[in-house]
Ligand binder design. Structure first.
Ligand code: AMP
Length: 470
């Protein structure tokens, strides 16, 4: 539930809407949970490409006057926290540049695992980079392609990339979106009717965006697919040969909003199933089930329903923690956690509590939360985690820390239980996680739980040291 590792991004694109920038603003507002560091919208009106981006939250950045500087019927949007690159405005997206193929804007969600190598080659050849984000590499590849059109140049560029990307691109006249051949990160496609019997095409990381703008979800951009929308209509094509899918299971465990349909499956359905299976796998005699909000809520509902133990909101989250506070005194213990969570003492006092959260990464936050619940008077605290132990870093867009810092990579479940000071600890098994996301076709990536990476990571040593964050 904490933002400290929150490294994802959200992307949005719309074609053929008279208020494209306004709708893109709403589209990325609904994706705010995927990144709160910076946000941007680029639009085009046939004459030029316009772009505005800033640090901070979507609702604060896009004032009416900013939106009025983004004309046209096409727009793309992005919310960002970094998976690659420093956290500065230079890295905020969309990137809007002038190339030999015209003006383009590009935004991306994921992590290109060979970006550092491509960048080194380009720099050796004289290329100049202004930011440290891996998205800039794609722009260089588009610009250097010998192909004449942006779509062909993008196809050329995409074939050189490895890793995870769901990207949205804007030109003066077109929107192009693409998803990597493994389909690591989500990208959904929709339509909305607009006055005059016209149809507008929309694309977003998650369907919760479509709900807000009143668009209908028409399915996903397929792994390895590129969709081009322009005055001539919509074209769908595969830019790369088909591969086995490796959809990120962590989208269902944690990232995506529970009201979204991701990879064709309702996230809430997966999370409730995780909770139910967890209750069967690690039953415990207790008085109340308490979620760690917000990440543990839906799994806790499933746990309570399956076990018959009542659910109580014994922890309340303050949703308005945006800025960094200066700790007023050393005497305030566990200050960071207290800023976000507060126990409801009368619900916890004297109770045997089952605390449900989605994951343990370093273990430090979980330990503080267990202490908080115990200090509020709980008689017992049993921690239940709705995914398997996180043992390996992700290189596909989730910024997990290095193996050294991942508690489950270095300690047994019993040791972790002692570290977080819980009376018992139970993780969901891998086979139950498969079941919860209904993965009978083996279409998900579980690398963070298995260390089994679905793509060749030629520069794995560098990636492990974090050097490839170009
Ligand atoms: P810790 O005990 O320090 O490992 O922190 C565990 C908390 O971090 C849980 O409440 C998780 O919901 C949250 N968490 C896990 N993975 C992420 C992530 N990638 N981004 C943000 N928070 C996360």
């Amino acid at each position: 539930m904490f933002d400290k590792f929150r490294e994802e991004c959200g992307v949005f694109a719309i074609y053929g809407h008279p208020e494209a920038a306004n709708v893109a603003d709403l589209g990325i507002f609904a994706l705010q949970h995927r990144g709160q560091e910076s946000a941007g919208v680029a639009s085009s009106d046939g004459n030029s490409v316009y772009c505005f981006k800033a640090m901070g939250h979507v609702a604060d950045i896009f004032t009416p006057s900013v939106l009025s500087s983004l004309p046209g019927e096409r727009a793309i949007g992005h919310t960002r926290y970094s998976t690659a690159g420093d956290t500065v405005l230079l890295n905020a997206q969309p990137f809007s540049v002038t190339t030999n193929k015209g003006r383009i804007a590009l935004a991306h969600n994921g992590n290109i695992t060979n970006a550092a190598e491509i960048r080194r080659e380009l720099e050796a050849d004289g290329a100049i980079f202004s930011a440290s984000s891996d998205t800039e590499v794609v722009l260089h590849l588009i610009s250097r392609s010998r192909e004449k059109t942006v779509a062909s140049a993008l196809r050329d560029a995409l074939l050189q990339l490895e890793g995870a990307f769901s990207l949205v691109l804007l030109t003066k006249t077109h929107i192009i979106v693409a998803r990597d051949p493994n389909g690591f990160r989500p990208l959904c496609m929709g339509q909305m009717e607009i006055p005059g019997d016209r149809v507008s095409y929309v694309f977003a990381s998650e369907t919760c965006s479509f709900d807000l703008i009143g668009a209908v979800h028409m399915g996903d951009v397929e792994p390895g697919e590129m969709v081009i929308v322009g005055p001539e209509g919509i074209t769908r094509e595969f830019f790369a040969p088909r591969r086995d899918r490796s959809q990120c299971v962590f989208e269902h465990v944690y990232f995506s909003r529970p009201d979204s349909v991701v990879f064709g499956r309702p996230v809430a359905q997966s999370r409730e199933a995780m909770g139910r299976l967890l209750a069967r796998q690690h039953p415990v005699d207790a008085d109340v089930v308490v979620p760690v909000p917000d990440s543990g809520v839906v799994a806790a509902l499933g746990f309570a329903a399956e076990s018959g133990i009542p659910l109580r909101m014994g922890l309340i989250r303050n949703h308005h923690v945006g800025r960094t506070f200066i700790e007023p005194s050393q005497a305030i213990r566990d200050f960071g956690v207290k800023l976000k969570l507060n126990p409801v003492r009368h619900l916890l006092k004297g109770k045997r509590v089952i605390l449900v959260d989605d994951s343990i990464v370093r273990g430090t936050t979980s330990r503080k939360i267990v202490r908080m619940v115990r200090n509020a008077g709980a008689a017992e605290v049993h921690l239940r985690i709705s995914c398997p132990p996180t043992v390996s870093p992700c290189f596909y867009g989730v910024d997990t820390p290095t193996k050294n810092e991942l508690i489950a990579a270095n300690q047994s479940v019993d040791e972790i239980c002692r570290y977080v000071e819980a009376d018992s600890l139970g993780y969901l098994s891998l086979s139950n996680l498969w079941q919860a996301v209904d993965d009978n076709k083996h279409e998900y990536c579980y690398a963070c739980y298995t260390g089994d990476y679905p793509t060749d990571l030629v520069n794995i040593g560098e990636l492990l040291e974090g050097k490839s964050r170009c």
